[in-house]
Design a protein around this ligand. Structure first.
Ligand code: 5RP
Length: 219
């Protein structure tokens, strides 16, 4: 199976984690696109979706799935999203698609984070994938200097502004052995909107697409 087939496999498998009669949290990315397409087949069984990006909103609406304003939703049972990397504790790097801030907001509404990923995303230590950080523009140079002190090389993602109108820094060269501590530290830096370490909002379940089928990891 190629990577696209593995993404389709886990996208379909995630539908079994949707709670009938509830609002579903929906992430962003190519794996989530497969989930949205599969969700469309059971759309009559859900109340609607809370979306983490304009792209996902558009795709959900194209299937006739109602998209609710996050501000009107207090709690949702399940949030389904992909990851750029996930480790054996369920900690993740996210934001390769620049949607990390809204992803963390929707994840914060959810009881359970169900991560869907192909097996290339499972790592021993986070950090091989450049860490995305959404920042306020005027703080970018200072934040890049702070990352340098930690051994990271931060560069602005060219031509990209998030749905919130902010730039993204991609940080190479970090070895994130303590995701919770690093997320907490970076969150304190003035100008950081969201760091793409999902430790406080880690996955409870990962549906991993492998050559042998879907493997369910629980954390
Ligand atoms: C978007 C994300 C995505 O979940 C992540 O980039 C994985 O994307 P894909 O499913 O396309 O590999 O965090 O901001």
């Amino acid at each position: 199976m190629n990577q696209d087939e593995l993404k389709a496999l886990v996208g379909q498998a995630a539908v079994a984690h949707v709670v009938p009669g509830s609002v579903v949290g929906v992430g962003t990315g190519s794996t989530v696109n497969c989930f949205i397409d599969a969700l469309a087949r059971i759309k009559d069984q859900i109340t609607g979706a809370v979306s983490s990006s304009e792209r996902s909103t558009e795709r959900l609406k194209s299937h006739g799935i109602p998209v609710l304003d996050a501000a009107t939703v207090e709690r949702i049972p399940v949030y389904v999203d992909g990851a750029d990397e996930i480790d054996h504790g369920g900690f993740m790097i996210k934001g390769g698609g620049a949607a990390l801030t809204r992803e963390k907001i929707v994840a914060d509404l959810a009881e359970r984070f169900v991560c869907i990923a192909d097996e290339s995303k499972l790592v021993q230590v986070l950090g091989n994938f450049p860490l995305p950080v959404e920042v306020i523009g005027m703080s970018a140079a200072q934040i890049a200097r702070r990352f340098k002190a930690l051994g990271g090389e931060a560069t602005l993602r060219p031509g990209v502004l998030t749905d919130n109108g902010n730039p993204i820094l991609d940080v190479r060269g970090l070895r994130i052995t303590d995701p919770l501590a690093m997320e907490t530290e970076i969150n304190q830096w003035p100008g950081v909107v969201t760091v793409g370490i999902f430790a406080r909002h880690k996955a409870q379940v990962c549906l991993l697409g492998t050559a042998g089928g879907v493997k369910t990891l629980t954390f």
